[in-house]
Design a binder for this molecule. Sequence first.
Ligand code: RIB
Ligand code: CA
Length: 319
Amino acid sequence: MCPMTIPMTEPRPILLDCDPGVDDALALLWLAAHPERFDLQAVTVVAGNAGLENTAANARRILDFLRCDGVPVYAGASRPILKTQGKTSLVHGGDGLGDIGWPPPSRAPEKMHGAQAIINTAHACAGRLHLVATGPLTNLALAVLLAPELPGLIDGVTLMGGAAFGPGNTTPAAEFNFHVDPEAAHILFESGIPIVMAGLDVTRRAVLPPPIMAQLSGPQAPLKGICGKLLAGYDDPCLHDPTAVAYLLDPALFKGVAAHVAIPCTAGDTAGQSVAAISARHLAGRSPNATVLTDLDPVKFATHFLSSMEKLEARLNGN
Ligand code: RIB
Ligand code: CA
């Protein structure tokens, strides 16, 4: 199954929904490194790696670093749709951004709720908007429930989440983003919006080898070594969220398969599992609702990330 083709008309309008989060931050840096490919319309934020106040502040701190004053940040859901509270993760440091000491955000978030911002941005982009989602899917699900017309207005969603053919990272069955809000994942996967799912099946291969890590951290490191500093405060070797951006930049880095992904919303360990049906027998008459990425070239991924960070530095330095 060829992964979803990338439309020729670029830069394509992008909205990032995220829960920064160190790997979310790296995904945002990667998007910002390629203005010739991505026209970042807005960032919407959800509770996940940290509480909503932290994740919303972190998104603005990252955009301050990128000098992207024109990109609005909208705070969205502070909790999952049904569960009374989400789970925060200790993987991203005390402030959710690796405790690297970035200054507080220079601006307040917009007043509009993130879910409404997704709807408004989709209308403004007249069907060309592509969503990149790297946190729990609560904002996207709320947008789908609020605006039944949304599936006809969204080009597609490329998301980090799930674990189709291997164990989860939060429970034996479920990956963090889907486990925090399984109902939201279910709503999105049943919405009809085209989905590319970068799950743990590929993100576990998204590990930067020591030579690349050294180039991101050493005295000659791009961006004054900020990627190395962020990664030093991140207790996970995998660059989960950047894989969603890598797919949009170069789908050939990946292999993928069409699948129908079902998301159990039961209580306990299976909540948020991503049950992928591929064969006719397993599909049992259901149509695929996602392209599930199954393999990644880790060397090309790592070298592409490094070269993009060098490109970003040149752009920020006005070269
Ligand atoms: O399971 C990894 C995912 O959970 C990533 O998006 C990480 O940022 C956390 O949100
Ligand atoms: Ca995330």
